[in-house]
Design a protein around this ligand. Structure first.
Ligand SMILES: [Zn+2]
Length: 93
């Protein structure tokens, strides 16, 4: 099992335990971000894979801001890599 798969597995376990009370706190929410941004960036639908987190992001500006920041970083990294390949220069920070 790859490291990535292990992280996804742990995430899924967290999802199902979080699902039981439908309500997660900021700490639980933020713990998912690392893995989550990668999944969302690769095309996953947050509402489908993690409705509890999606719900939390809608009512928690702090976590939403954090999540959006991570998403823009991973998007910049993704497009930065493509741009670097294309234009032969390092991706912008
Ligand atoms: Zn929060």
């Amino acid at each position: 099992m790859s490291f990535q798969e292990e992280r996804v597995n742990r995430l899924l376990t967290a999802i199902f335990s979080a699902h039981q009370d439908e309500c997660i706190d900021c700490e639980t929410c933020c713990e998912q971000f690392d893995c989550l941004v990668e999944l969302v960036n690769s095309g996953a639908n947050l509402r489908e894979i993690l409705p509890a987190v999606e719900e939390h992001l809608r009512c928690c500006p702090d976590c939403n801001e954090e999540f959006q920041a991570l998403m823009s970083i991973i998007r910049a990294e993704t497009s930065g890599l493509l741009a670097a390949d294309y234009e032969n220069r390092p991706p912008a920070e």
